[in-house]
Design a binder for this molecule. Sequence first.
Ligand SMILES: [Zn+2]
Length: 321
Amino acid sequence: MPKIAIYAGHGGSDYGAVSGALREKDFNLAISNATSDILRRLGYDVLNNRTTDVDRNITRDVEMANNQGADALVEIHMNSNEGTPGTGSEAFYSIKDTGKGQALAEAILAGMERLGFVNRGARVHINANGQDTFGILRLTNMPAVLFEAAFINNPQDMQKLNIQSVADVIGGAVARLFPTTAPPVPPNPEWSARIRNIQSTLNSRYGFNLTVDGAPGPLTRSALVKGFQTELNRQFGRNITIDGIFGPETRAATVNVRPGARGNMTFLIQAALFIRGFTDVNPDGVFGPITENAVRQFQRAAGLNVDSIVGPNTQNALFNW
Ligand SMILES: [Zn+2]
């Protein structure tokens, strides 16, 4: 089973690039966690340098990848520049690379291009001593990519940035270039079980006919929105169309859902957070501290006001997929 290191740049006291309320470390972490979930579901053995907002240690991170024999490594960053904001995605590989790091970098960038990001190209980045500038590329000994997803100081880039889509791009590129040779591994049983629970709850609560398969495809995602619309009609006497699209009508009819809330709307928000890679969240209908933390992380990653309140803007970002 291939072993893949998925690392989040910066963390803890090191915010990375900052633009207004946006902190690079939060995006790096959200993308890293979502990518790792995808790869684990595909059966990969995934190494992470951090899964929460803690300081990273480059020496330890390098040793982990080298000593544990990672087959490939992707470290996730956000770009930033002075002056007129730059735009797009770029990626770096090592001067030691024999082709696979470059291929992985190019595959990730091609995926980002499909999401509408400018492809700024894959290349090496060399310091005055003729070595790789980035420690993670200089000191590791497997195909490695340092990926800059988008410009944190460019509002257009940030509006386009969807954590789950970027994770799909990275996960897909890894899966194509480092295919797993082991027989198919069943998906993470706990993760699938939670998705099946979400699907069967949606079926019983709203009379949907979703296949309970543990895979959150488009039908499951739009069923979450239909459920939300149904709750607005039932609980708040709205009369909005149940069409599974979080559009202007739903947005105008919605209500704020706050920490401490309990019930079906909280369940639907938790389910959306869980599917989007915030896997600490257990969809149980109780808006407790873990859910609140996930909401704050999501708001940060989506470039929203970080206030823990799931209002129209947060719902729009959460349910538009
Ligand atoms: Zn960075």
